[in-house]
Design a protein around this ligand. Sequence first.
Ligand SMILES: [Mg+2]
Length: 221
Amino acid sequence: MRERERERDQPPVIQSACSWRTGLKKRIRFCNLPFLPFQVYPTNVSLVLASLQVLLPFKEKMSKKPSLVVFDLDYTLWPFWVDTHVDPPFRKSSDGTVRDRNGRLVNLYPEVPAVLQQLHSAGISMAAASRTGEVRGATQLLDLLGLAHYFRYTEIYPGSKVTHFQRLSQQSGIPLCQMLFFDDENRNIYDVSKLGVTCILVPNGMNLSLLNHGLEAFAPS
Ligand SMILES: [Mg+2]
């Protein structure tokens, strides 16, 4: 009775909600279920939808991905200068290792294959941009080390990387602001970031942690 009196005193809209809730309470008791707090039952659908409306744009923002990820080569993908520290041409031995003309072992930073594979699996296009003068050696290494198939575009020649990125944008039709760039040299980071590219400095070779850092840095831009 007290509950009915309380319902009568409520404004019309609240009263309707209370009546509906009372009915629900009775039905729950009939089924021998405990009457849990209001929020536990799926009665607050509008509240849930309102929460989603707030959360979805944030999730969408965080899941924003670059259209093109560009990597420098020397000291970003491999730990040497291809025009100085090794001697082309390179060859692949029967055991699968890659060596230079003097038999020196040539390799990538350990997590580079996983980095490229992760981006490839996510359907993100990749490019290589290097200012080395050893164009033939760098191209040969990309092939022998099993990286060539990952890169849709390669820009390898001396000079400012502003040119490399302008050409990448022209070739791909991808705006510079949709690109993410990894490089070990501050001068390149400085030049390319002025174009609107999201740039990440690579201090000790490319790795998965740095990739995640780059993707997070790109998302809010
Ligand atoms: Mg470099």
